[in-house]
Design a protein around this ligand. Structure first.
Ligand SMILES: [Fe+2]
Length: 366
């Protein structure tokens, strides 16, 4: 499996993950002849897709939570949120089921290196963001030695952290481009509205509820809704803020391209340096992240493109990669290369586009 820009789809590829547009599924996993759908994908704002082809059929996702669990949890959460829209109440039993299955899978995976590498795999942005940021938060919570009971609270709180968005005006919530100050204030109300919804039910414990209320607070007082500072912000909302920001930056949505992991890590570190996010937690989080997840196409310093094949636990900047070349737009493997051993080679860019390729390869996609 590898992730490619849509314009690089070729006849030999099969789609490796579902692709969703804003309201409906565009293409299902297993679709062949993807080239025929290039225009449809581009028109729907989809910039990249996961594909299987000969050059990548032995490369696997190393997500800390497998796709099946993620899809299963997304389905349950989707029903929970739909019910909440109608009844205004959240079924806590469903949240327990989701969090327990996520924690079970994560605890069975001690060498965690995270690689969610998101594309539009769900039609509901809030839903997908809730699941993925819960996975990131649980990952960080585990690294911070949270007890199982604390992880459960953290997971449930993260699944519900943006529940207040169901009360927002969709025209503002999904608006592309600039938001004026009134619109920004409207969006910011989701924190308090979500907290109130969860408070009314009374079934979600206070530390988990606080995640909905305080996940946009920042340690320097620049956040909302209260502008709290430092020790006034409890541990769980601090974890939630890091997971929330990282997922928002690295997720590809119908209206924006994903930021690469290294760019997102740079922003997290800047926010920590500027006193917004908890510095120790950010470093803990970053130390275990797969900077170049499996299947991502990267550019090496010698100008050669390569696919990330396997992670290196010692240094996540130096994975094992498969150097590729192209003939008639189809990729083929030149050789596998362990960047821990070949120290003169290193990755200079990930999520590469056609324009990043050397001229002799770029012209094949003109
Ligand atoms: Fe939020």
């Amino acid at each position: 499996m590898r992730r490619i820009p849509v314009v690089m789809a070729t006849p030999d590829m099969i789609l490796a993950k579902d692709v969703w547009g804003r309201d409906s599924i565009l293409l299902t996993k297993g679709t062949d002849n993807i080239m025929c759908y290039r225009d449809k994908l581009i028109l729907n704002g989809i910039a990249s897709i996961y594909v299987e082809d000969e050059v990548s059929d032995d490369i696997y996702d190393e997500s800390v939570v497998c796709d099946n669990t993620r899809e299963h949890c997304t389905r349950i959460l989707s029903d929970t949120i739909d019910d909440a829209r109608v009844t205004g109440a959240v079924d806590m039993k469903d949240l327990d089921v989701i969090v327990s299955s996520l924690i079970k899978e994560m605890l069975n995976n001690p060498e965690m290196i995270l690689g969610l590498t998101d594309i539009c795999t769900s039609n509901d942005i809030t839903l997908q963001h809730s699941i993925d940021s819960a996975i990131y938060a649980l990952f960080l919570g585990k690294l911070c030695d949270f007890k199982k009971r604390e992880l459960k609270l953290l997971g449930k709180g993260m699944l519900m952290h943006d529940i207040g968005k169901i009360a927002l005006d969709p025209n503002i919530l999904y608006k592309n481009g600039y938001l004026n100050s009134e619109e920004r204030k409207h969006i910011q109300r989701h924190a308090q509205w979500g907290y109130r919804m969860l408070e009314e039910d009374g079934w979600l414990e206070p530390p988990a509820r606080e995640i909905a209320l305080l996940h946009h607070e920042r340690l320097d007082g620049s956040g909302y809704p209260f502008g709290l500072k430092e020790e006034d912000i409890p541990t769980m909302p601090r974890v939630a803020a890091i997971a929330d920001v990282y997922d928002a930056l690295t997720s590809e949505r119908c209206y924006k391209a994903a930021m690469s992991n290294e760019q997102a890590i740079r922003i997290l570190r800047e926010d920590a340096e500027n006193g917004k996010l908890d510095k120790k937690m950010v470093e803990t989080f970053v130390s275990k992240l797969a900077i170049y997840p499996n299947g991502v196409v990267v550019l090496l310093n010698n100008g050669e493109p390569a696919i990330v094949k396997t992670q290196n636990r010692v240094d996540s900047c130096r994975p094992i990669v498969r150097i590729i070349d192209f003939k008639n737009q189809c990729a083929y493997a030149r050789r596998d290369c362990d960047l821990m051993e070949e120290r003169d080679l290193f990755i200079v860019k990930s999520h590469i586009k056609v324009s990043d390729l050397p001229e002799r390869l770029r012209c094949q996609f003109a």
